[in-house]
Design a protein around this ligand. Structure first.
Ligand code: PLP
Length: 452
C-alpha cells in the first residue's frame, strides 16, 4: 500500500504509532490502543477514516467557532496566498490584511483596547504579554514590578513561560521553570473547592485572595493579574457573580494591570464578543487566539489598551520582541473574513438570544442524572461533574477514571466531549442549532447511562 501511495486505516495507525508524537498524550498507551484518523468535517460533524460520524461538541479544541466547511474562509486564504502569501511587519513594512485585522479588532473589542500585536498562538500571546508588562513597568521606572499573579489550575499555554505562568499542577510537575515572579491564588471553583459555603460569599473570598497576595508581596512588586473570564481547560469553571467586580476593584485600587486571557472566551463563546464584555471586566490587556480564525489557520494576538500602549509607544523605543509569523497576511486575511462572517450572520446575537439559553435548559437537565453532581453552562461552554454519590457529591476514588471512561464511551458513540479529570466539558461550534443541541444532550445522556 505504502509503495502505491494509498494507505488504509491500519496503515495510517501503524505509521502514526511509529513516527508521530501527539501533544498531551500518553505515547505508549496510544500506541497500543491505536488512534482515530479524522478525515473530513462539515458544520458541527466530523468523520473518521472508517466513515464514523461524530458530533464535535468541542469545536476542535474550543476553536472552530464558525463550524467546519466554510468555503469563504478557504477562499480568503487562497486569494491572499496568490496575491502575497507571506510578508512581515518587522522592518518598516506591513501588509493590508494585518492592518485591516488590527483595525477590526479595535472596533469589536472593549473600549480602550485599540492596539493589536499579532502572534501565532495563545501560548505565544501569553509569552508576549509577560515581556510587554515588564517592559511597561521598566519604562515607568518601576523595574521591580515583575510579579504576575495567576490562578491555580489556570491554562495559559504550553511554552515554558506560559506553563510556568499557568496553574496546572500536573504540567508544573513535568518541568516548568520555577519562576518566583509567577504567583498563584485559588480559582473560583465552587463545586470543587467551595466547601459548601454560599456561592457568592465564596466568590468574594476567592477574589479577595488577590488583595491579600498583593499586600503580602508588596504593591511595589506586583505588575499584573491574569485570568480567563471562565476557565476553559481547567474544567469550565464559571465564577460566581461576585468574583469579577471584586477583582476589578482590587486591580483598580492598587494600579495593577488586569490581563484577560480570552483565548477561549473571545469571539462569542459566552454570547458576547468577549468574556470581558459579559462580566463587565475592563482589561488593560487581552490575549486572543483560537476563535479569532475559527481555528482555520493558526493566529493569536495581544490587544493592548491605551494605558499600556501609550507608554510603549511614547517612551518605549524598540520593543525587542516578535515572531516570523506576527501579522502573517494569509492568517490575518482568514481571521478578518471569520470576523466579517460573525458579524454578517449575527452569530453572537443568536448565541445570546437563542442557543445559549436553550443549551442552559437542555444541558441543565443532565444534572438529574445519577452520575452527575452538577451541570452548568454559560454561553456555549458547559460542564458536568461526575460523582460516585449524587447526594453527598462524593467523587470517585480513582480520580479521572470515570471521566476517561465517559469520554471514550462518547467517542465510540459518535460524540466528542472532553474529560478534565471527572469533569466532562463541551464547547460546541457557535453555529450549533437548537435541534443539534437536542442531539448533543441526548447522546451525552445515553453515554452517561453507559458509564454508570
Ligand atoms: N490560553 C487559554 C485560555 C487556552 O485555553 C489556551 C489553549 O487551550 C492557550 C492560552 C494556549 O493557546 P495555544 O494552544 O494556541 O498556544
Amino acid at each position: 500500500n505504502r509503495d502505491q501511495g494509498t494507505y488504509d486505516t491500519a496503515d495510517y495507525q501503524a505509521a502514526d504509532g511509529r513516527h508521530h508524537l501527539h501533544p498531551f498524550t500518553d505515547f505508549k498507551s496510544l500506541r497500543s490502543r491505536g488512534t482515530r484518523v479524522i478525515t473530513r468535517a462539515q458544520g458541527i460533524y466530523l468523520w473518521d477514516s472508517e466513515g464514523h460520524k461524530m458530533l464535535d461538541a468541542m469545536a476542535g479544541l474550543w476553536c472552530v467557532n464558525l463550524g467546519y466547511g466554510r468555503e469563504e474562509l478557504a477562499q480568503a486564504a487562497y486569494t491572499q496566498m496568490q496575491a502575497l502569501p507571506y510578508y512581515n511587519s518587522f522592518f518598516q513594512t506591513t501588509t493590508q490584511p494585518a492592518i485591516k485585522l488590527a483595525e477590526k479588532l479595535a472596533e469589536v473589542s472593549p473600549e480602550s483596547l485599540n492596539h493589536a500585536f499579532f502572534t501565532g498562538s495563545g501560548s505565544e500571546s501569553n509569552d508576549t504579554i509577560i515581556r510587554m508588562v515588564r517592559r511597561y513597568w521598566q519604562l515607568l521606572e518601576q523595574p521591580q514590578k515583575t510579579v504576575i499573579i495567576s490562578r491555580n489550575n489556570a491554562y495559559h499555554g504550553s511554552t515554558v513561560a506560559a506553563t510556568s505562568l499557568g496553574g496546572m499542577r500536573y504540567m508544573h510537575d513535568q518541568n516548568s521553570l520555577a519562576i518566583e515572579d509567577f504567583v498563584h491564588i485559588d480559582q473560583p471553583y465552587w463545586f470543587g473547592e467551595g466547601g459548601g459555603r454560599p456561592v457568592e460569599a465564596f466568590g468574594l473570598a476567592v477574589a479577595q485572595q488577590l488583595e491579600s497576595k498583593i499586600l503580602e508581596l508588596g504593591v511595589n512588586r506586583v505588575a499584573a493579574f491574569i485570568a480567563e473570564p471562565v476557565q476553559g481547560a481547567g474544567g469550565v469553571i464559571i465564577p460566581p457573580a461576585s468574583y469579577w467586580p471584586e477583582i476589578q476593584r482590587i486591580c483598580d485600587h492598587y494600579g495593577i494591570l488586569l490581563i484577560a486571557d480570552e483565548v477561549i472566551c473571545g469571539f462569542g463563546r459566552l454570547g458576547a464578543w468577549f468574556g470581558s464584555d459579559h462580566f463587565g471586566i475592563r482589561p488593560d490587556l487581552m490575549t486572543i487566539a483560537k476563535g479569532l480564525s475559527s481555528g482555520y489557520l493558526p493566529i493569536g494576538g495581544v490587544l493592548v489598551g491605551d494605558r499600556v500602549a501609550g507608554v510603549l509607544i511614547d517612551q518605549g523605543g524598540e520593543f525587542a520582541h516578535g515572531f516570523t509569523y506576527s501579522g502573517h497576511p494569509t492568517t490575518a486575511a482568514v481571521a478578518l473574513k471569520n470576523l466579517e462572517i460573525l458579524q454578517r450572520e449575527q452569530i453572537i446575537e443568536t448565541v445570546a438570544a437563542q442557543t445559549a439559553p436553550y443549551l442552559e435548559a437542555a444541558w441543565g437537565k443532565l444534572g438529574e442524572h445519577p452520575l452527575v453532581g452538577e451541570a452548568r453552562s454559560l454561553g456555549l461552554l458547559g460542564a458536568i461533574e461526575l460523582v460516585k454519590d449524587k447526594q453527598s457529591r462524593i467523587r470517585f476514588d480513582d480520580k479521572g477514571s470515570a471521566g476517561a471512561l465517559c469520554r471514550d464511551i462518547c467517542f465510540d458513540n459518535g460524540l466528542v466531549m472532553r474529560a478534565v479529570g471527572d469533569t466532562m466539558v463541551i464547547s460546541p461550534p457557535l453555529v450549533i442549532t437548537t435541534a443539534e443541541i437536542d442531539e448533543l444532550v441526548e447522546k451525552a445522556s445515553r453515554c452517561l447511562d453507559k458509564t454508570l
